[in-house]
Design a protein around this ligand. Structure first.
Ligand code: PXL
Length: 280
Protein backbone atom coordinates (compact mmCIF):
# COMPACT_ATOMS: atom_id res chain seq x y z
CA UNK A 1 0.00 0.00 0.00
CA UNK A 2 1.31 3.40 -0.97
CA UNK A 3 1.10 6.70 0.90
CA UNK A 4 1.31 8.67 -2.35
CA UNK A 5 -1.06 11.62 -2.47
CA UNK A 6 -2.86 12.85 -5.55
CA UNK A 7 -4.32 16.30 -6.07
CA UNK A 8 -7.05 16.58 -8.65
CA UNK A 9 -8.26 19.87 -10.10
CA UNK A 10 -11.63 19.97 -11.86
CA UNK A 11 -15.10 21.38 -11.25
CA UNK A 12 -17.72 20.34 -8.74
CA UNK A 13 -20.93 19.63 -10.62
CA UNK A 14 -23.19 19.30 -7.59
CA UNK A 15 -25.54 16.93 -9.41
CA UNK A 16 -24.74 14.73 -12.39
CA UNK A 17 -22.00 12.21 -11.46
CA UNK A 18 -18.97 13.73 -13.11
CA UNK A 19 -15.71 15.54 -12.34
CA UNK A 20 -14.92 15.81 -8.61
CA UNK A 21 -18.01 13.97 -7.41
CA UNK A 22 -16.72 10.85 -9.18
CA UNK A 23 -12.94 11.45 -8.98
CA UNK A 24 -12.83 11.72 -5.19
CA UNK A 25 -14.80 8.54 -4.36
CA UNK A 26 -13.14 6.47 -7.09
CA UNK A 27 -9.55 7.40 -6.26
CA UNK A 28 -10.28 7.08 -2.54
CA UNK A 29 -11.74 3.60 -3.12
CA UNK A 30 -8.41 2.73 -4.77
CA UNK A 31 -6.81 3.46 -1.38
CA UNK A 32 -5.19 6.72 -2.45
CA UNK A 33 -5.29 9.93 -0.39
CA UNK A 34 -6.90 12.56 -2.60
CA UNK A 35 -6.80 16.34 -2.27
CA UNK A 36 -9.12 18.41 -4.41
CA UNK A 37 -8.98 21.83 -5.99
CA UNK A 38 -12.42 22.82 -7.31
CA UNK A 39 -12.12 24.98 -10.42
CA UNK A 40 -15.80 25.99 -10.40
CA UNK A 41 -19.07 25.01 -8.76
CA UNK A 42 -22.02 24.22 -11.04
CA UNK A 43 -25.49 23.12 -10.03
CA UNK A 44 -25.23 20.36 -12.67
CA UNK A 45 -22.80 19.54 -15.47
CA UNK A 46 -23.39 21.20 -18.85
CA UNK A 47 -24.32 18.07 -20.84
CA UNK A 48 -28.07 17.84 -21.26
CA UNK A 49 -29.07 20.24 -18.48
CA UNK A 50 -30.16 23.83 -19.08
CA UNK A 51 -30.04 26.95 -16.86
CA UNK A 52 -27.33 25.50 -14.60
CA UNK A 53 -25.49 27.83 -12.22
CA UNK A 54 -21.75 28.39 -12.71
CA UNK A 55 -19.59 29.86 -9.98
CA UNK A 56 -16.07 30.42 -11.27
CA UNK A 57 -13.22 29.77 -8.81
CA UNK A 58 -10.34 30.81 -11.07
CA UNK A 59 -9.16 33.52 -8.68
CA UNK A 60 -9.03 31.09 -5.77
CA UNK A 61 -6.60 28.73 -7.52
CA UNK A 62 -3.41 30.82 -7.02
CA UNK A 63 -4.44 31.63 -3.44
CA UNK A 64 -4.95 27.95 -2.59
CA UNK A 65 -1.63 27.12 -4.27
CA UNK A 66 0.22 29.79 -2.30
CA UNK A 67 -1.22 28.54 0.97
CA UNK A 68 -0.14 24.97 0.15
CA UNK A 69 3.34 26.28 -0.70
CA UNK A 70 3.56 28.11 2.64
CA UNK A 71 2.58 24.85 4.40
CA UNK A 72 5.07 22.80 2.36
CA UNK A 73 2.24 20.69 0.92
CA UNK A 74 3.24 18.76 -2.23
CA UNK A 75 1.80 15.81 -4.13
CA UNK A 76 3.15 12.71 -5.85
CA UNK A 77 0.60 13.20 -8.63
CA UNK A 78 -1.54 15.97 -10.07
CA UNK A 79 -4.46 14.86 -12.20
CA UNK A 80 -6.40 17.49 -14.13
CA UNK A 81 -9.91 17.12 -15.51
CA UNK A 82 -12.52 19.61 -16.75
CA UNK A 83 -11.16 23.16 -16.49
CA UNK A 84 -13.18 26.29 -17.08
CA UNK A 85 -10.93 28.71 -18.95
CA UNK A 86 -7.60 29.56 -20.56
CA UNK A 87 -6.51 31.22 -17.31
CA UNK A 88 -7.16 28.00 -15.41
CA UNK A 89 -4.92 26.11 -17.83
CA UNK A 90 -2.18 28.65 -17.04
CA UNK A 91 -2.75 28.15 -13.30
CA UNK A 92 -2.40 24.38 -13.72
CA UNK A 93 1.06 24.90 -15.21
CA UNK A 94 1.96 26.86 -12.03
CA UNK A 95 0.57 24.05 -9.87
CA UNK A 96 2.78 21.55 -11.76
CA UNK A 97 5.79 23.76 -11.02
CA UNK A 98 5.02 24.56 -7.39
CA UNK A 99 3.11 21.77 -5.64
CA UNK A 100 4.13 18.61 -7.51
CA UNK A 101 6.99 16.69 -5.89
CA UNK A 102 10.12 16.33 -7.95
CA UNK A 103 9.59 13.45 -10.37
CA UNK A 104 5.84 13.54 -9.64
CA UNK A 105 3.28 12.35 -12.16
CA UNK A 106 1.22 14.74 -14.31
CA UNK A 107 -1.97 13.18 -15.65
CA UNK A 108 -4.03 15.37 -17.99
CA UNK A 109 -7.52 14.42 -19.10
CA UNK A 110 -8.41 17.08 -21.71
CA UNK A 111 -12.13 16.70 -20.75
CA UNK A 112 -13.47 19.21 -23.26
CA UNK A 113 -15.28 17.34 -26.04
CA UNK A 114 -17.06 14.15 -27.10
CA UNK A 115 -19.00 12.74 -30.06
CA UNK A 116 -17.34 15.15 -32.48
CA UNK A 117 -18.28 18.28 -30.51
CA UNK A 118 -16.70 20.58 -27.95
CA UNK A 119 -18.62 20.81 -24.66
CA UNK A 120 -20.73 23.90 -24.03
CA UNK A 121 -18.58 27.01 -23.55
CA UNK A 122 -15.35 25.77 -25.18
CA UNK A 123 -13.83 26.93 -28.47
CA UNK A 124 -10.88 26.07 -30.68
CA UNK A 125 -8.64 28.50 -28.80
CA UNK A 126 -9.31 26.51 -25.63
CA UNK A 127 -8.55 23.25 -27.47
CA UNK A 128 -5.18 24.69 -28.61
CA UNK A 129 -4.34 25.77 -25.05
CA UNK A 130 -5.26 22.28 -23.82
CA UNK A 131 -2.86 20.85 -26.41
CA UNK A 132 -0.19 23.03 -24.75
CA UNK A 133 -1.02 21.54 -21.34
CA UNK A 134 -0.88 18.01 -22.79
CA UNK A 135 2.65 18.80 -23.99
CA UNK A 136 3.68 19.09 -20.37
CA UNK A 137 2.04 15.85 -19.18
CA UNK A 138 3.35 12.36 -18.41
CA UNK A 139 0.05 10.73 -19.29
CA UNK A 140 -2.77 12.18 -21.42
CA UNK A 141 -6.21 10.64 -21.77
CA UNK A 142 -7.94 12.10 -24.84
CA UNK A 143 -10.92 10.54 -26.53
CA UNK A 144 -10.95 10.57 -30.35
CA UNK A 145 -12.89 13.88 -30.45
CA UNK A 146 -10.45 15.66 -28.13
CA UNK A 147 -7.48 14.24 -30.03
CA UNK A 148 -8.95 15.54 -33.31
CA UNK A 149 -9.53 19.03 -31.91
CA UNK A 150 -5.96 19.17 -30.56
CA UNK A 151 -4.40 17.82 -33.76
CA UNK A 152 -6.60 19.50 -36.40
CA UNK A 153 -7.83 16.18 -37.74
CA UNK A 154 -11.21 15.16 -39.07
CA UNK A 155 -13.38 13.31 -36.51
CA UNK A 156 -14.49 9.80 -37.38
CA UNK A 157 -16.76 8.12 -34.82
CA UNK A 158 -16.25 4.44 -35.63
CA UNK A 159 -14.88 1.86 -38.09
CA UNK A 160 -11.46 3.46 -37.73
CA UNK A 161 -8.63 2.30 -39.93
CA UNK A 162 -5.24 1.48 -38.42
CA UNK A 163 -3.84 4.36 -40.51
CA UNK A 164 -6.30 6.87 -39.00
CA UNK A 165 -5.43 5.85 -35.41
CA UNK A 166 -1.67 5.70 -36.08
CA UNK A 167 -1.76 9.17 -37.65
CA UNK A 168 -3.67 10.55 -34.66
CA UNK A 169 -1.14 9.00 -32.26
CA UNK A 170 1.79 10.43 -34.24
CA UNK A 171 0.21 13.89 -34.10
CA UNK A 172 -0.45 13.55 -30.36
CA UNK A 173 3.17 12.50 -29.89
CA UNK A 174 4.23 15.68 -31.69
CA UNK A 175 2.38 17.67 -29.01
CA UNK A 176 4.97 16.32 -26.57
CA UNK A 177 3.13 14.01 -24.16
CA UNK A 178 5.15 11.01 -22.96
CA UNK A 179 2.32 8.48 -22.68
CA UNK A 180 -0.96 8.58 -24.55
CA UNK A 181 -4.08 6.60 -23.71
CA UNK A 182 -6.35 7.16 -26.70
CA UNK A 183 -9.97 6.29 -25.84
CA UNK A 184 -12.88 5.44 -28.10
CA UNK A 185 -10.95 3.44 -30.68
CA UNK A 186 -13.23 1.19 -32.73
CA UNK A 187 -11.96 -0.81 -35.72
CA UNK A 188 -15.27 -2.70 -35.89
CA UNK A 189 -18.59 -1.39 -34.59
CA UNK A 190 -19.10 -4.16 -32.04
CA UNK A 191 -15.85 -3.43 -30.17
CA UNK A 192 -14.64 -0.31 -28.38
CA UNK A 193 -11.28 0.18 -26.76
CA UNK A 194 -8.11 2.09 -26.09
CA UNK A 195 -4.59 2.30 -27.45
CA UNK A 196 -1.80 2.88 -24.94
CA UNK A 197 1.21 4.49 -26.61
CA UNK A 198 4.56 5.03 -24.93
CA UNK A 199 6.08 7.69 -27.18
CA UNK A 200 9.56 7.19 -25.75
CA UNK A 201 9.84 3.46 -26.55
CA UNK A 202 7.38 3.70 -29.48
CA UNK A 203 5.45 0.76 -27.98
CA UNK A 204 1.71 0.56 -28.69
CA UNK A 205 -0.74 -1.80 -26.96
CA UNK A 206 -4.47 -2.09 -27.51
CA UNK A 207 -7.30 -3.24 -25.27
CA UNK A 208 -10.87 -3.84 -26.42
CA UNK A 209 -14.23 -4.68 -24.85
CA UNK A 210 -17.55 -5.59 -26.47
CA UNK A 211 -19.32 -2.26 -27.04
CA UNK A 212 -22.13 -1.76 -24.50
CA UNK A 213 -25.21 -0.50 -26.33
CA UNK A 214 -25.69 2.43 -23.98
CA UNK A 215 -24.26 5.93 -23.55
CA UNK A 216 -24.27 8.20 -20.51
CA UNK A 217 -22.31 11.31 -19.56
CA UNK A 218 -19.33 11.18 -17.24
CA UNK A 219 -17.70 7.96 -18.41
CA UNK A 220 -14.45 9.79 -19.28
CA UNK A 221 -14.20 11.15 -15.74
CA UNK A 222 -14.79 7.69 -14.21
CA UNK A 223 -12.17 6.30 -16.57
CA UNK A 224 -9.52 8.89 -15.69
CA UNK A 225 -10.10 8.52 -11.94
CA UNK A 226 -9.85 4.71 -12.00
CA UNK A 227 -6.69 4.84 -14.12
CA UNK A 228 -5.12 7.40 -11.77
CA UNK A 229 -5.92 5.28 -8.70
CA UNK A 230 -4.59 2.11 -10.30
CA UNK A 231 -1.36 3.74 -11.55
CA UNK A 232 -0.69 5.18 -8.09
CA UNK A 233 -1.23 1.72 -6.62
CA UNK A 234 1.69 0.58 -8.78
CA UNK A 235 -0.06 -0.98 -11.78
CA UNK A 236 1.60 -0.61 -15.16
CA UNK A 237 -0.04 2.01 -17.36
CA UNK A 238 -1.35 -0.71 -19.68
CA UNK A 239 -2.91 -2.75 -16.83
CA UNK A 240 -4.38 0.41 -15.27
CA UNK A 241 -5.80 1.52 -18.63
CA UNK A 242 -7.40 -1.90 -19.17
CA UNK A 243 -8.80 -2.05 -15.62
CA UNK A 244 -10.26 1.46 -15.99
CA UNK A 245 -11.91 0.35 -19.26
CA UNK A 246 -13.43 -2.72 -17.55
CA UNK A 247 -14.66 -0.50 -14.69
CA UNK A 248 -16.42 1.88 -17.10
CA UNK A 249 -17.92 -1.04 -19.03
CA UNK A 250 -19.24 -2.50 -15.77
CA UNK A 251 -20.65 0.92 -14.77
CA UNK A 252 -22.37 1.25 -18.15
CA UNK A 253 -23.86 -2.25 -17.88
CA UNK A 254 -25.23 -1.34 -14.43
CA UNK A 255 -26.82 1.83 -15.88
CA UNK A 256 -28.08 0.40 -19.17
CA UNK A 257 -31.85 0.51 -19.57
CA UNK A 258 -32.47 3.29 -17.04
CA UNK A 259 -33.46 6.14 -19.31
CA UNK A 260 -33.77 8.52 -16.36
CA UNK A 261 -30.03 8.08 -15.80
CA UNK A 262 -28.38 9.38 -18.97
CA UNK A 263 -26.68 12.18 -17.00
CA UNK A 264 -24.08 9.83 -15.48
CA UNK A 265 -23.19 6.20 -14.82
CA UNK A 266 -23.96 4.19 -11.70
CA UNK A 267 -20.25 3.83 -10.98
CA UNK A 268 -20.85 3.36 -7.24
CA UNK A 269 -22.21 -0.13 -7.92
CA UNK A 270 -19.05 -1.04 -9.85
CA UNK A 271 -16.63 0.09 -7.11
CA UNK A 272 -16.45 -3.37 -5.47
CA UNK A 273 -15.27 -4.84 -8.79
CA UNK A 274 -12.61 -2.11 -9.13
CA UNK A 275 -11.31 -2.64 -5.59
CA UNK A 276 -11.31 -6.42 -5.94
CA UNK A 277 -9.32 -6.27 -9.19
CA UNK A 278 -6.86 -3.79 -7.66
CA UNK A 279 -6.23 -6.05 -4.69
CA UNK A 280 -5.74 -9.22 -6.74
O1 PXL B 1 -17.76 14.94 -17.71
C1 PXL B 1 -17.09 16.05 -18.15
C2 PXL B 1 -17.66 17.31 -17.59
C3 PXL B 1 -17.19 17.79 -16.39
N1 PXL B 1 -17.65 18.93 -15.86
C4 PXL B 1 -18.62 19.63 -16.47
C5 PXL B 1 -19.15 19.20 -17.68
C6 PXL B 1 -18.67 18.00 -18.24
C7 PXL B 1 -19.22 17.51 -19.51
O2 PXL B 1 -20.15 18.01 -20.08
O3 PXL B 1 -20.13 19.89 -18.24
C8 PXL B 1 -19.12 20.90 -15.85
Amino acid sequence: MTDAKVMTIQDISCYGQCSLTVALPIISACGIETAILPSAVLSTHTGGFTNFTFHDLTDDIPKIMEHWMSEGIKFECIYTGYLGSLTQIKHVKDLFRNVLKEGGLKIVDPAMADNGKLYYGFDIEYARAMAGLCADADIILPNITEACFMCDKEFIASNHTQGYIDDLLTKLKELGAKNIVLKGVSYEDSKLGIVVYNTETDEKDEYFNERVAWTSHGTGDCYAAALTGAVLQGMSLYDAAALAADFVVESLKLTKGDDSHRYGVKFEKALPMLVERLNK
